[in-house]
Design a protein around this ligand. Sequence first.
Ligand code: MLC
Ligand code: AMP
Length: 509
Amino acid sequence: MNDNLFVALRDAFPADLDATAIEAADASAFYTWRDLDRATAMIANLLASLELPAGSRVAVQTEKSVEALMLYLAVLRAGLVYLPLNTAYQAAEIEYFIGDAEPAVVVCASRNFGWISRIAFKAGTRNVFTLDDDRGGTLLQRAAQMSDAHAPAVRRADDLAAILYTSGTTGRSKGAMLSHGNLLSNALTLKAYWGWRPGDVLIHALPIFHVHGLFVASHGALLNASKMIWFSRFDARAVIARLPDATIFMGVPTLYVRLLAEPALTRDACRHMRLFISGSAPLLIETFDAFRERSGHTILERYGMSETSMLTSNPCAAEDGERRGGTVGRPLPGVGLRVCDEQGRPVRSGEIGGIEVKGPNVFKGYWRRPEKTAEEFTTDLWFKTGDVGTQDADGYVTIVGRSKDLIISGGYNVYPAEIEGFLNEMPGVAESAVIGVPHPDFGEAVVAVVVARPGATPEADTLIEALKAKIANFKVPKRVFVAAELPRNAMGKVQKNVLREQHRALFDA
Ligand code: MLC
Ligand code: AMP
């Protein structure tokens, strides 16, 4: 018995391997199921030729491409551990992840080879390959010499398949360890609950370095032998132009806001669609309503996280109930969910508390951080999500806030403590507080308030430029304010809620 996730995905391929599996959105390239099978075998053989110990990590920072998806599948096939990295990450961030995960293999874009290979070799990585979005790079050159037959490595359900870096509820980024069993159980649950059926076609327009685009979207289509229409980046007009050829779309709320900004989004454009799914950040009820009005479709909102994959979903089938805007639906089949007070006692339905979860989808713990893992589980082994919400008598969950200091901007997580750390080191800055405020496009936008050192006059624009050179662009505050002091409570703790209130209307139209 082989529990390797790749085997389940490969077993789902259609009988006709020459049918199209993935089509580039501009119809410039078509990949058959046979192409996926052969290419993943060749890359897996290349990885196998490196004779790496079991559990070795393959860290990947490349632009989105079908070949990058093939690399992910090949890593599973070879029985290694996939570690995807956001393309926006810069040197200090990459250095941290590579230092922490100690990957045996790093794959990066050719243009970044110089600095990334320096970081990787210094950290003890032996193999650095390149992969570009035009099929260039050493990875495919080397794989082209390999056999296109490969027996998937035997893995047990508990063996590690991927590590996703996330900050959990506190502190520096930690690697969430996901097993083959975690990922497969969630993929199978979603396949059934969202009623994937023959003929479904997915528009894949999300990045493939996070749960949403890499697991939820790709696994869903692969497990259903569904064709994907592949966008290397999201473009609202181009997506609308392909809706008539598709049935399923998945996006973060920003994508829905941007689709709605296009007059071409009409009922007629959506007539062939079956399902629009949203997640990764709160979907505003205004967006939910406006989308229904314009397209005739009720967005299905679901909720999940890196550590757990998907946890709750609004119903897909009418007999399972209605899709309620503002809620994230009910716990998925097989997922246990409870809402607890600060003492860890379950609250009554309708009352607010911390959301805790349990199930076959819940991760194995944080990479090399047993103490952090222990902190985020209760004594009876429920995982504390750090999200705050309520569950009504019908089981629908509403997320009302987060106990973790986290900003979600356009579906990307930003940890204020990390940005504050960088700001506090900058010349002229005594201290800082980073907050999220409502933003019409990104949902929340990052804003910083800094206090100057005595005699210093740090400029907002200079600080923003300096941050741009150090951290991923989506983490850089859209605005920086210099204040005389930060509001504090009697205990001396910065009152971020006061700052959020002060700047709440900053991005109002
Ligand atoms: C881009 N920018 C952002 C941003 N994305 N700013 C804040 N938040 C974001 N998310 C800024 C850049 O810094 C840059 O600014 C400018 O926008 C243009 O950059 P770009 O890369 O060209 O932007 P664009 O292509 O428009 O990207 C926007 C986006 C992208 C919404 C398409 O952010 C995106 O793909 N988001 C999806 C994230 C996602 O997949 N999340 C899933 C997480 S999984 P400047 O100033 O430098 O020019 C998860 C679990 C779950 O959470 O439940 O699913
Ligand atoms: P990540 O660690 O990147 O996987 O982000 C997970 C976090 O995204 C969750 O803990 C939630 O705070 C948030 N999230 C995901 N889906 C939703 C949703 N539908 N509504 C509100 N928040 C969400």
